[in-house]
Design a protein around this ligand. Structure first.
Ligand code: DC
Length: 230
C-alpha cells in the first residue's frame, strides 16, 4: 500500500450522514477529521451571541465581517470524538441546536465568512492525511483532493435521522419542524451565489437512503483502498 497521505473530501446535503461516515473513516485509517459545518455553526453562534442576527432573521453582515478576525475556531480531540472550540470555549452542544441550524445557512452565504473559513480549512489540510466534510470541500476548498464523495438521501430520510439525533439529546422539536429546516437549508445551500452546494465533476456519488451505517463505512473504505492501493 502507498504510504502517501491523501485529502478526502466528503460533501453532500444536510443530514445526509456524511459526518458520521467521514468521522469513522478518519478513525479507521488514522487521518484527522474536520467537520467544516461545525465551523459555520460556530460563526453563527458567535453572531447570535453578539446581537448580529436581526429580528427578521437576517444577518448584520457588516458587523459580522468586521468581527471575523476576532473569531477563532479550533477542534479539540477528546476521547473518541472532537469538540468544536470558539475562542477557547467548547461549544460542541451549543452549535447543534435547531436555533443555530435555523440561522446557519444565511451566515454561510456571506462571502467574507466563506473566504475566512476556506482559508482556515486549507491550512488544516496542508500536510494532507485529512478527511473533511461539508458542502464545497471537493469543489472549492480542495479541488485537487484525491478522493471525493458526494452524499445524498431523500429529505424525509435525512429529517428522520436529524429528528432522532435531536430528540436523543433532549431537544423539544417536532419531525415537521426538522423536515422544514432540512428543506429550507437545501434550498439556501443550492441557490446561494457564493460556492453553492453542487457535486464536483470528479466526485463519486452515494445515495445512502437505504444503507446502514456499517454498509456506508464498508463502501467508503473500499473506495479509499481502491485509490491508495493502486
Ligand atoms: O453540515 P452542517 O449541517 O453542520 O452544516 C451547517 C451549515 O453550514 C449548512 O446549512 C451549510 C453550511 N456549510 C457550508 O456552507 N459549507 C460547508 N463546507 C459546510 C457547511
Amino acid at each position: 500500500m502507498s504510504s502517501e497521505k491523501i485529502i478526502i473530501a466528503i460533501d453532500g446535503y444536510s443530514s445526509s450522514g456524511k459526518s458520521t461516515m467521514a468521522r469513522r473513516l478518519a478513525k479507521t485509517i488514522g487521518y484527522r477529521y474536520i467537520d467544516s459545518g461545525a465551523m459555520y455553526r460556530a460563526v453563527t453562534l458567535y453572531a447570535m451571541r453578539n446581537g448580529m442576527i436581526n429580528s427578521d432573521g437576517s444577518v448584520a453582515t457588516d458587523m459580522l465581517t468586521a468581527a471575523l478576525p476576532a473569531i477563532h475556531i479550533d477542534f479539540k480531540v477528546q476521547g473518541d470524538g472532537q469538540q468544536t472550540m470558539l475562542n477557547g470555549e467548547i461549544v460542541e452542544s451549543e452549535i447543534r441546536t435547531l436555533e443555530v441550524s435555523n440561522h446557519v445557512s444565511p451566515v454561510a452565504t456571506i462571502p467574507a465568512v466563506r473566504h475566512a473559513l476556506v482559508r482556515m480549512q486549507r491550512d488544516m489540510g496542508e500536510s494532507k492525511g485529512i478527511v473533511m466534510d461539508g458542502r464545497d470541500i471537493g469543489t472549492i476548498v480542495f479541488p485537487a483532493a484525491e478522493m471525493k464523495v458526494f452524499c445524498n438521501a431523500t429529505p424525509e430520510r435525512r429529517a428522520e435521522r436529524r429528528y432522532k439525533e435531536l430528540r436523543e439529546k433532549g431537544a423539544d422539536v417536532t419531525y415537521e419542524e426538522v423536515l422544514a429546516n432540512v428543506t429550507e437549508r437545501d434550498h439556501i445551500d443550492m441557490t446561494r451565489k457564493e460556492s453553492p452546494l453542487r457535486c464536483a465533476d470528479d466526485a463519486v456519488m452515494l445515495d445512502n437512503s437505504a444503507m446502514t451505517i456499517d454498509e456506508q463505512n464498508e463502501w467508503l473504505l473500499r473506495l479509499f483502498h481502491s485509490i491508495v492501493d493502486k
